[in-house]
Design a protein around this ligand. Structure first.
Ligand code: PXL
Length: 287
């Protein structure tokens, strides 16, 4: 029983929660990566009725025990992944398990992307403890690419939150993250520059910084980090450089926000990335 891929088709393991309502984590990663032609398998970390960003009274089940059982079964299968992509975790104990999974499937050519989902706007998410935040650093150490937002970048570096970092401060954060976690590429999302909002990246190979921004929209959106990181993963698996992938993912995320506003959709259900998929596929030259 071989997991033989369709010729040239990339395979990814997405390690995120399943939030039943409110586009984020797996309900973003699976459709976005599938649209990019990537065969995507899932290792769910938690089951929630909604995301935790705005809703209250949500159901949340930590799936650590199930993950152990799933991993044991995976161990009996001839699985191969070209990409490993982790995000929101359900417990501190899970971090050691995810570390083992990344180590098991990581090879020379595997793209390991860790989104250290734990906080935004200077505050930890409701289910994330300070212990978990520290543990996220262990995952980052195993990554080729990390995608924190500004709050997460500051937390990973044990430094006070910078609400509006200057470009020089952003460059410093990128360099510090690359050096502390030994990542090949570092991207920080939610970066303001010259009146735009977007993402900044550093490719350590040539030390080049890049920025991809769009008009800042005066609203609070949810799940946009997942929309960005999933598109970034799809683009990088298609061979895009980190700077090009950052531009495509930033445009895709911005498009999804614009569609959400244009259609008058409620913001707490996440952004309408579905409408932005044709543009992403065009940018990737897949259509
Ligand atoms: O988008 C990050 C995210 C993922 N999963 C859950 C969340 C959040 C952000 O709030 O609550 C459950």
């Amino acid at each position: 029983m071989n997991q033989s891929p369709v010729a040239g088709q990339k395979q990814v393991l997405a390690i995120h929660d399943l939030s039943c309502v409110g586009r984020c984590s797996l309900t973003v990663a699976l459709p976005v990566l599938s649209a990019c032609g990537v065969h995507t398998s899932a290792l769910p970390t938690a089951l929630l009725s909604t995301h935790t960003g705005v809703f209250t009274g949500y159901h949340c089940r930590d799936l650590t025990e199930d993950m152990q059982a799933i991993r044991s079964h995976f161990d009996t299968l001839p699985l191969h992944f070209d990409g490993l992509y982790s995000g929101f975790l359900g417990s501190y104990e899970q971090i050691a398990l995810v570390v083992e999974v990344l180590k098991k499937y990581r090879q020379q050519s595997t793209l390991t992307l860790v989104d250290p989902v734990m906080a935004d706007h200077g505050r930890l998410y409701a289910t994330c403890t300070a212990e978990m935040a520290r543990g996220m650093g262990e995952l980052c150490r195993l990554a080729d690419v990390i995608v924190p937002n500004v709050t997460e970048a500051c937390l990973l570096l044990d430094q006070p939150y910078l609400p509006h970092p200057t470009w020089t401060e952003v460059q410093h954060l990128l360099e510090e993250l690359a050096s502390r976690f030994q990542c090949r590429e570092v991207i920080i999302t939610g970066v303001e520059k010259d009146g735009l909002l977007g993402a900044a990246c550093l490719a350590t190979e040539d030390g080049a910084f890049a920025y991809a921004g769009n008009e800042a929209l005066p609203h609070v959106f949810y799940g946009t980090g997942d929309v960005f990181a999933s598109a970034l993963m799809g683009a990088m698996l298609h061979g895009a450089s980190v700077a090009d992938a950052t531009r495509m993912a930033a445009d895709f995320t911005h498009d999804a926000m614009v569609h959400t506003l244009q259609n008058g959709l409620p913001l707490h259900y996440g952004v309408a990335f579905e409408q932005a998929i044709p543009g992403l596929l065009k940018a990737l030259q897949l259509v």
